[in-house]
Design a protein around this ligand. Structure first.
Ligand SMILES: Cc1cc2nc3c(=O)[nH]c(=O)nc-3n(C[C@H](O)[C@H](O)[C@H](O)COP(=O)(O)O)c2cc1C
Length: 339
């Protein structure tokens, strides 16, 4: 068991964070993970520039970016993650988020922090010098942190990778630079940008960052069970852990970790409990996003919940074509022989 992690005004007894995941960690998923023990969540990544431009557009123009930053009281503490490459836009966007008064804002509470994305590997993003491209431009990255830090009272955090590629694993120096620029916390995903999501994440990089800075360091990468978390804590001495893919179809992972920390036995959910959670998740997505969008986005989650169940491959096709919650329920219950 580790010492509690403090982020601004918030204390996280187990240091358990749900990672930002575009297209995955929306309100429904964040709420579910909070319910199973995640102590802190981060929004899907929000384009700083798009948020700023949305403010300049006509009052009748639709708002598409602002809803990504909405926070419900019951999912707090939650950070908003911004991506961008221009300090001025990053500053302006952070100020909007802190003030809570911008077009389309519907948050019930303020963000716990402003997180800056310095890890996204996607071509379109790095092509604009955003995301993990910032790891090749430490000066710009530090200027962004400084600009945001000077503009808001909220904690400013950054999520980085090991480096750009095998020949430029600069995470420790890079993190030091961000710390000097005012960063309050750093999350490290132990892969380079060129590695995207394979091979496995390297805990040694996280340990090296932890040794290099005095601010809290959160370890991220390949945490799929409680034993992975224990190993990461031991190998890196990180102050907290952030889970992404391990929670997909398995929000129960957070309770598994808490059981380990408290020395209690962990009973994994039965197949029926797993499927009922999946159905609750899908229904919540439909409630929040409407039937068309909610169902379209829920399908991938359903497939993740089914992983490992007998007959899951065959159910895949049926789930892809399911056009209502009832159809999803029929497919999933058939899979586990329930009704
Ligand atoms: C579908 C998906 C979307 C992601 N979106 C984001 C994002 O918006 N911002 C971010 O910083 N990282 C994003 N990531 C990276 C994760 O937060 C995390 O760093 C990475 O998946 C490694 O952790 P894991 O091994 O636990 O999955 C995303 C990852 C996935 C799989």
């Amino acid at each position: 068991m580790m010492a509690p992690l403090k982020i601004g005004a918030h204390t996280l007894p187990h240091g358990l964070l749900l990672a930002p995941m575009a297209g995955v960690s929306d309100t429904s998923f964040r709420l579910l993970c909070r319910q199973y023990g995640a102590e802190y969540t981060v929004s899907e990544m929000v384009s700083a520039k798009a948020l700023c431009f949305e403010q300049r557009s006509k009052a009748t123009a639709p708002v598409r970016t602002a809803p990504l930053a909405d926070i419900l009281q019951k999912e707090a503490p939650m950070a908003i993650q911004l991506f961008g490459s221009e300090p001025d836009f990053m500053r302006e966007a952070a100020m909007l988020l802190e003030s809570g008064s911008y077009r389309g804002a519907k948050s019930e509470c303020s963000p716990a922090a402003i997180d800056i994305n310095m890890g996204c590997p996607v071509h379109k993003v790095v092509g604009n010098n955003e995301g993990s491209a910032l790891m090749r431009d430490p000066e710009r990255a530090a200027a962004i942190v400084r600009a945001v830090k000077d503009a808001v009272k909220l904690p400013v955090t950054a999520k980085i990778r090991a480096g750009w590629d095998e020949n430029s694993k600069n995470a420790p120096e890079f993190a030091k630079r961000l710390e000097a620029a005012g960063a309050d916390l750093i999350t490290v995903h132990g892969r380079t940008r060129q590695q995207f999501y394979a091979p496995s994440s390297d805990n040694r990089v996280i340990a090296a960052v932890k040794r290099a800075v005095c601010i809290p360091v959160i370890g991220n990468g390949d945490l799929f069970c409680a034993a992975d978390v224990r190993r990461m804590r031991e190998e890196t001495e990180c102050d907290g852990v952030m889970i992404a893919r391990g929670a997909m179809g398995n929000p129960f992972l957070f309770s598994e970790i808490i059981a380990m920390d408290e020395g209690k036995p962990y009973t994994p959910p039965t197949d029926k409990e797993r499927i009922d959670t999946a159905l609750f998740h899908a229904a919540d997505m439909v409630k929040r996003k409407g039937e068309r969008m909610g169902l379209a986005e829920a399908r991938k989650h359903m497939l993740w919940y089914c992983k490992g169940l007998r007959g899951a491959a065959a159910a895949r096709e049926a789930l892809t074509h399911a056009e209502s919650l009832d159809e999803i329920r029929t497919v999933l219950y058939a899979l586990i022989g329930a009704n």
